[in-house]
Unconditional design. Structure first.
Length: 176
């Protein structure tokens, strides 16, 4: 019996590898992808709907078929405000306002990708749930945001692919 070759992939990826951006365009034709700042947790999900499709040919074993897919993103953010004016971050405000809107104004375009350039990048249109966490006088203002997909989540070319560097926020909140 031979010893199996160990895998070359020995480093564990970090959860903070994701970058999430919201389309801030006003015309809806030319995307203006803008960083969603303050993310402290990020969990993209794809959930299949499965229906039983067992036939006599399965010889007593249950068979399943995926009939639909649903996607969502659950994230927690630190609610950001300008240090002098107190005005809240424009991207975060876009999400908050969409969570209280109807019709076309209730949707946002979102994309997320591996900031290190790995082939893990998606975009879609979503509805927004905005849930402030509340808390005591000594706690930070954090918000749980759920982006619930409406329509397909499509694989895109990673905007960070081939850049040769990791996209990390600079102290001023812009990509370095």
């Amino acid at each position: 019996m031979s010893t199996p070759t160990p895998p070359a992939e020995t480093i564990t990826a970090l959860a903070r590898r994701y970058r999430c951006e919201i389309d801030m365009s006003t015309d809806g034709t030319t995307p203006a992808w803008t960083l969603l700042p303050g993310i402290s947790e990020f969990a993209p999900k794809i959930e299949p709907t499965q229906q039983e499709s067992t036939t006599y040919d399965a010889e007593g074993w249950v068979e399943q078929t995926v009939t639909m897919l649903a996607w969502s993103i659950e994230t927690t953010i630190a609610h950001r405000a300008h240090p002098t004016t107190g005005v809240f971050n424009a991207v975060q405000e876009r999400l908050r306002k969409a969570s209280m809107a109807f019709g076309a104004d209730s949707y946002v375009r979102v994309r997320y990708y591996d900031r290190n350039g790995a082939a893990d990048a998606y975009a879609g249109t979503a509805l927004v749930t905005w849930e402030p966490d509340g808390g005591g006088a000594d706690e930070l203002d954090t918000v749980k945001i759920t982006l619930t997909g409406s329509g397909p989540l499509v694989e895109i070319t990673n905007p960070a692919a081939g850049t040769g560097k990791t996209l990390t926020p600079s102290p001023k909140g812009e990509a370095a």
